[in-house]
Design a protein around this ligand. Sequence first.
Ligand code: MG
Length: 366
Amino acid sequence: MSRWIMHVDMDAFFASVEQHRNHPELAGRPVCVGHDPKGGNGRGVVRAASYEARAKGIHSGMPVSQAYRLCPDATFVNGEFESYGIAADEFMEVLREYADGGRVRRASIDEAYIEVTEGVEIFGSPRNLASWIQDSIWHDAKLPCSIGAAPSMSVAKVATGMNKPRGITVVGPDPLDVLKFLEPLPVTAINGIGRKTSERLEKFDITTLGQIQRMTIPELWPAMGRGSTWLYHRARGIDERPLIDNGPRVRKSISKDRTFMEDVEPGAIEYLHETLGKMCGRIGEKLQTKALRFKTVTVKMRFSDYSTIQRSKSIPVETDSPDVLQRMAVEIFDHRRDQEKSIRLVGVKVSGLREASEQLCLTEFL
Ligand SMILES: [Mg+2]
């Protein structure tokens, strides 16, 4: 029985969350996550673009003003990062249902590996199983994705990129098919070969994986040194790493903010403290349910003239105490607020989060 790994990658993830979860009326339309382009005079860059926007030549990293000129009809949304994390948790849960042993290896917020050797037996073929997984993710999490299936993690990852969006690419199980699949690809197709390494290989006239397949380890040595064995194997699709579950996503921060219906006078100090207290209470509950401790507290204030300040304070040892949180938040607020201006918004954020039980993260490095 040959081993099967799937690499599952969400298509245009941030844009898809906006189109299919946050704003369903945007489905099928060009959508950019990024600042308001203000008719071509806006600042900032596109953080993600839907496939409809990509068809107009827009890509992430492009200035929003340029994106606006390419497609004035595109909808620009600010992006709700909290919602992306929630969407990621949901599709990872779906993957867990299909994964052998329920093990999921997150590679980033929008992609993961699962081993499905047993699943392929049950569903008859990797393509059939991949198609079920795509349907389940669409049904349960409203996200489109592409899947690569192969006998190893590194080949599965390359396969996913071959056919997007909503693609399925199966490579193997015959090792000869794996070799043939990799042969014409540039060396950069391998996850872990960046610009620096590829430039170095190019100095030795090595540009494709096929060339590496025809080389021995000693022949690779002048170009790759101690990385030679690794590349020798990857170019042949050989990757025996076991698939280790790396646990639930660890949050980087938890925040709450509140925009007042009407700007609050600077003198209404009791009311402002009470509002801060309530937000701290809710953050405190979240910390407890997630078993997390914080190190840093940040308070954000926006005034009636829209000027905004943000100030942070850290403690030497993490805690999950709601009292400490509230005391720190009030202290920062009282020190930093502008006594002259009315307040439009206040926000509290905790960061430097750490799991109360440290155990979970260690396995990865063993
Ligand atoms: Mg993706």
